[in-house]
Design a protein around this ligand. Structure first.
Ligand code: AN0
Ligand code: CP
Length: 317
C-alpha cells in the first residue's frame, strides 16, 4: 500500500479490520518494522484523536514521528499554480511538500474542505497537490471529502462488538449542529459500510443528501424513526448540505437522539467520531450510558492507524 485515502485503496476492508483486531492483541510485535523510519503528520486544521492516535500507532511500530501544525506554525502556503506570489502567501505547496517528503518516509495530511468551492473540495485539490509534490506514501488524516482512518476504526469497533451470525443493521443518522461541518466523515463511513458485511441505512432531513458516489448500496430515508427500528448500531454525525453546498439549511433539533428515542432499536449501540457537542448533536443521557461506543471508537483509532502504517512499511521494506 502506498496511499490510504479511501476504501478503494483497500483490497478487503473486512479482512483489514480483522488484522487490526489481531494487532491490538500484540501491539508491539512489529516494533522493528519502523526502525529508522520517520512519519510526518501535517495538520492544516485542528485535531485531538487523529494526531495522538496516529502518533501512538507509529511509536508502537518503532517509528520516529514529527508533527507540524502547518496552518499555525508554517509559512502561509500558496496552493494555486502559476500565480505571482505578491500577496500574503510566502511559500508554494510545491516546495513545502517536496521538502517534507525529503524528511519523511511516510506523510499524513489533514486538510478540511473550504465548504465554499464544491468543485475544488470534491476534486481534492489540496490533498492531491501534497501527494504529487511530496513524493512519498500518503495517509489521509481527513481530507476534504473522506476520513478513512476514522471509518476503519468504526468498522473495527462494529466487528468487535457484533455478536450474532446475522448481519448487523447499521444506521447513519444526521444530527443537528450550529456550524457548517464537512461531509467527509459521513461520506467515508457510508462508503466503508457499503463495502462491509452489514445492512446499511442512511437517514437525514430533506436537503442533506450526500453525493451518491459514496452511498451506492445504502437504503436512504428521510424518516429517522423508521430508520432506527431494530438498529444494532447507530452512527450519529452532522454534516452540512452537499447540494446547497456548505450550508446549514435547517436546524431540526428533533433529530437529536436521546435514550427515549432508542426504544424501538435492537438495544442499539451509539457511535460518534468525536468531537461531539453534548446536548446539541447527541443527548447527555446517551453519551453517559453504556450504549455509547465513542471511547471505544477513539481507542480503535490507534489500531486503524497502526495496521495502515504497517501495510505501507511492509511495501517499503
Ligand atoms: C470535523 C468534521 O466534522 O469533519 C472533524 C471530525 C473528526 N468536526 C468538526 O469540525 C467539529
Ligand atoms: N475523530 C477525529 O478525527 O478527531 P480529531 O478531529 O480530534 O482528530
Amino acid at each position: 500500500m502506498n496511499l490510504f485515502f479511501s476504501v478503494n485503496n483497500v483490497v478487503n476492508p473486512t479482512a483489514l479490520a480483522q488484522e487490526a483486531i489481531d494487532l491490538k492483541k500484540q501491539p508491539f510485535a512489529h516494533e522493528q518494522l519502523g526502525k529508522h523510519k520517520t512519519l510526518g503528520l501535517i495538520f492544516l486544521n485542528p485535531s485531538l484523536r487523529t494526531r495522538l492516535s496516529t502518533q501512538k500507532a507509529a511509536l508502537n511500530l518503532g517509528m520516529n514521528v514529527m508533527v507540524m501544525n502547518l496552518d499555525k506554525e508554517g509559512w502561509a502556503l500558496e496552493m494555486r499554480d502559476n500565480v505571482v506570489m505578491n500577496g500574503t502567501t510566502v511559500e508554494h505547496i510545491k516546495e513545502a511538500a517536496a521538502v517534507m517528503g525529503q524528511y519523511c518516509d511516510i506523510l499524513g495530511i489533514r486538510s478540511f474542505p473550504s465548504l465554499q468551492d464544491r468543485t475544488s473540495d470534491y476534486n481534492e485539490e489540496v490533498f492531491n497537490k501534497f501527494i504529487t509534490y511530496c513524493g512519498k506514501p500518503v495517509v489521509s488524516l481527513e481530507s476534504a471529502t473522506l476520513h478513512p482512518l476514522q471509518s476503519l476504526a468504526d468498522l473495527i469497533t462494529i466487528t468487535e462488538l457484533h455478536n450474532s451470525a446475522k448481519k448487523p443493521k447499521v444506521v447513519l443518522t444526521w444530527a443537528p449542529h450550529i456550524k457548517p461541518l464537512p461531509q467527509a466523515v459521513a461520506n467515508s463511513f457510508s462508503e466503508w459500510m457499503c463495502a462491509a458485511e452489514v445492512d446499511f441505512v442512511i437517514t437525514h432531513p430533506k436537503g442533506y443528501e450526500l453525493h451518491e458516489a459514496y452511498t451506492k448500496g445504502a437504503t436512504i430515508t428521510h424518516h429517522q424513526e423508521q430508520a432506527l427500528e431494530q438498529a444494532d448500531f447507530i452512527y450519529v454525525k452532522n454534516w452540512s448540505s452537499y447540494h446547497d453546498y456548505g450550508k446549514v439549511i435547517g436546524d431540526y433539533p428533533e433529530w437529536m437522539l436521546s435514550l427515549e428515542r432508542l426504544k424501538n432499536t435492537n438495544n442499539a449501540k451509539i457511535m460518534h467520531c468525536l468531537p461531539v457537542r453534548r446536548g446539541l448533536e447527541l443527548g447527555h443521557d446517551v453519551l453517559d450510558s453504556d450504549r455509547s461506543l465513542v471511547l471505544k471508537q477513539a481507542e480503535n483509532r490507534i489500531y486503524a492507524a497502526q495496521i495502515v502504517l504497517k501495510k505501507i512499511l511492509e511495501t517499503q521494506s
